[in-house]
Ligand binder design. Structure first.
Ligand code: NDP
Length: 246
């Protein structure tokens, strides 16, 4: 496979790190953003120690100007972005009747506006070069809803609408746009949940276990090769069978 330039937002996180590693192992030149420089540099050094070269740039994906500056810096370091994985995300969980405008806005800006903010600066170049891969990391909770996550579920469901519209607009330009919807993954976030609560979550998963970040990275990698060029506007559920709808 031709070596491409890949940008994974939130690449320093639990799932993002696995996606970065997988794309690098596929032979692509990979970049991600950091918000805290010291943390970003320490993560980059750890990747280097594992034999993975990653370009990094300061970037807050919830801010359009900042996200565009981050994309331009990555382009300066590696060249035009061919593969974009919109992975950065946060939760601010609470039931809706207690939810503050700040909790709503933080989640919508980071999880949904970010998709506009980062995709907008890369899409024209992909259209000119007639090749591109754009992959959103959504969530099972954007498919089925979740108690205490009206903000998160709204943002994650919004990603699907974005995916299927962008897929239609760009199919003729060799650009595919798809979504991966992970179920519960054994990242720090989920492992921090009390063990008895985690056991109840696992009881709802037909495979009888949490997923791994590597399994999500594999799902992302599926959309990238030229052979995947006919798969666009798809949503790939990777959830151990917990939800089998769209
Ligand atoms: P982590 O919290 O481990 O990682 C999140 C990453 O996003 C971090 O690198 C974080 O950087 C970055 N980030 C957060 N806000 C911003 C921002 N404003 N600008 C730039 N970067 C930002 O989460 P996971 O790896 O678990 O999740 C990754 C994605 O997968 C998310 O979109 C999440 O919603 C989704 N997901 C996760 C599931 C799970 O079970 N873990 C299940 C389903 C979906 P920083 O270090 O600066 O905070």
């Amino acid at each position: 496979m031709e070596s491409r330039v890949a940008l994974v937002t939130g690449g320093t996180g639990g799932i993002g790190t696995s996606i970065v590693k997988r794309l690098a192992q596929m032979g692509h030149k990979v970049a991600t953003n950091f918000r805290d420089e010291a943390k970003g540099r320490a993560w980059q050094a750890q990747m280097q120690a594992e034999g993975i070269e990653v370009a990094i740039a300061q970037g807050d994906v919830s801010d359009a100007d900042n996200a565009e500056a981050m994309v331009r810096e990555i382009e300066r370091q590696l060249g035009p972005v061919d593969i974009l994985v919109n992975n950065a995300g946060i939760t601010r969980d609470t039931t809706f009747h207690r939810m503050t405008p700040q909790q709503w806005n933080d989640v919508i800006c980071t999880n949904l506006n970010s998709v506009f903010n980062v995709t907008r600066p890369v899409i024209e170049g992909m259209r000119e070069r007639k090749w591109g891969r754009i992959i959103q990391i959504s969530s099972i909770n954007g498919q089925k809803g979740q108690y205490g996550q009206a903000n998160y579920a709204a943002a994650k469901a919004g990603m699907h609408g974005f995916t299927i519209s962008l897929a239609q607009e760009n199919a003729k330009f060799g650009i595919t746009v798809n979504t991966v919807s992970p179920g519960y993954i054994a990242t720090d976030m989920v492992m921090a949940v009390p063990e008895d609560v985690r056991a109840k979550i696992v009881a709802q998963i037909p495979t009888g276990r949490l997923g791994t970040p590597e399994e999500i990275a594999y799902a992302v990698s599926f959309f990238i090769p030229d052979e995947a060029g006919w798969i666009t506007g798809a949503n790939l559920s990777a959830n151990g069978g917990q939800y089998m709808g769209w």
